[in-house]
Design a protein around this ligand. Structure first.
Ligand SMILES: Cc1ncc(COP(=O)(O)O)c(C=O)c1O
Length: 403
């Protein structure tokens, strides 16, 4: 029998899927900024503004606003949307901490709503059930780069007059029914942190077509100054959330590769789906929910241990990684299980006393975390067709070995 790599056997695939992809053009762009001596971005302008314009246009939005990271992008959008202390914001529990922490940082209450088992994105039926008179916003996360059911979410939001802020931190260039992700709600937020499909090491950006929202976010990003105001004139409670020209220069060169890379990941994702569907006990998340372009920031498949001699998901994921597939077990538990929520470690933030996460239970998310979700990372999705075949082969090798 073929010895598993975790036990000293040969890896199924031995390849470096380097990320970020860069060349001399990126180095030159950064060098140019260094030589110019204009490193910061005090009043915007320069490459920051040029990149914002380019990205807004690409997304079909009127405005884009670059800022220090994706968390701050979400924070700016939520605060500028006009929420008030104690308002409730609906979010999924299968997401990165920032989707929830920025809600608490706005003195609002994160309300965790379960995900759809087919897509791992917010379930619109569950959203509607969670709405109360205090609900003010929904933050759908296009998890892994697959679009949420935006028609259903926008219908619910319009019916209840809620703000929709898309967490598109995994979804640069992704599409829902031909529309760019991030451009459908009132605002869409992106992260340029080092693992992301478009990166400058760190960074973030919000898009919107709402002029009032844009002006307020712009003020909050720039220590509360307003357009046309004086240097020492602060109208709003903002902070310095500006990015450097270095980051914008890198983003501009990286952006040139985004469309081709997204197409490649989407193609590979479809091919890998076809391959993995044939393996007993492996179920890729399904397509066909409006995602005309999936960014595969994370390629996710569901693992059924009963077809692998009851090998736990954690052990399976370790074996798969050892075989050379850039993969990972993903979130080990739903976000509401984190101590910050269970123990209500909200420090100075004004969260109402009665808020309690100890009884939260989202079964689909729990199953995803504890039993079934396995992630393959975006850089691996830039590989060749043969690489995808080897990913499938590695899974079959494990299945044969543990039988
Ligand atoms: C879904 C999601 N939202 C928000 C963020 C926050 O982005 P950043 O790390 O740039 O603050 C991340 C980052 O990993 C994310 O995965």
């Amino acid at each position: 029998m073929n010895k598993l790599a975790i036990n000293g056997g040969e890896k199924t695939i031995d390849k470096n899927f380097n990320w970020p992809v860069f060349d001399e053009s990126d180095v030159l762009a950064v060098t140019k900024i260094a030589k110019s001596g204009q490193w910061g971005n005090p009043e915007c302008g320069g490459v920051v503004e040029a990149f914002e314009k380019e990205f807004a246009e690409f997304c079909g939005a009127k405005y884009a606003l670059a800022c220090v990271n994706g968390s701050v992008a979400l924070r700016l959008a939520l605060i500028a949307s006009g929420v008030r202390p104690g308002d409730e914001v609906i979010i999924p529990p299968y997401t990165f901490i920032a989707t929830a922490s920025i809600v608490v940082e706005a003195n609002c209450v994160p309300v965790f709503v379960d995900i759809d088992p087919e897509t791992y994105n917010l379930d619109p039926v569950a959203i509607e059930k969670a709405i109360t008179p205090r609900t003010k916003a929904i933050i759908p996360v296009h998890f892994g780069g697959q679009s949420c059911d935006m028609d259903a979410i926008m219908d619910i939001a319009n019916k209840h007059q809620l703000t929709v802020i898309e967490d598109a931190c995994h979804a640069h260039g992704g599409e829902y029914k031909g529309k760019k992700l991030g451009s459908i709600g009132r605002a869409g937020c992106f992260s340029f942190q080092s693992s992301k499909n478009l990166t400058s090491g760190e960074g973030g950006l919000v898009i919107t077509s709402d002029e009032g929202l844009y002006n307020m976010m712009n003020s909050l990003r720039n220590v509360g100054r307003v357009k046309g105001g004086k240097w020492y004139e602060h109208h709003n409670l903002g902070c310095n959330y500006r990015i450097t020209q270095f980051q914008a220069a890198l983003l501009s060169t990286q952006f040139k590769r985004l469309e081709a890379q997204t197409k490649k990941r989407d193609e590979n994702g479809r091919y890998l789906n076809a391959l993995l569907q044939k393996i007993d006990g492996i179920h890729p998340l399904t397509r066909g929910h409006g995602e005309t372009l999936h960014t595969y920031h994370v390629y996710i498949f569901k693992y059924d241990k009963t077809k692998f001699n009851n090998l736990s998901k954690v052990e399976f994921a370790e074996m798969l990684a050892a075989e050379g597939v850039p993969s990972f077990m993903g979130y080990p538990e739903p976000l509401y299980k984190q101590a910050v929520f269970q123990e209500k470690n909200f420090m100075c933030y004004a969260i109402p006393e009665e808020v309690d996460y100890s009884n939260d239970h989202c079964p689909v998310t729990e199953k995803a975390c504890y039993e079934e979700a396995v992630w393959i990372l975006q850089n691996a999705m830039l590989g060749t067709k043969e690489d995808m075949e080897k990913f499938a082969k590695a899974i079959i090798k494990i299945q044969d070995a543990v039988k």
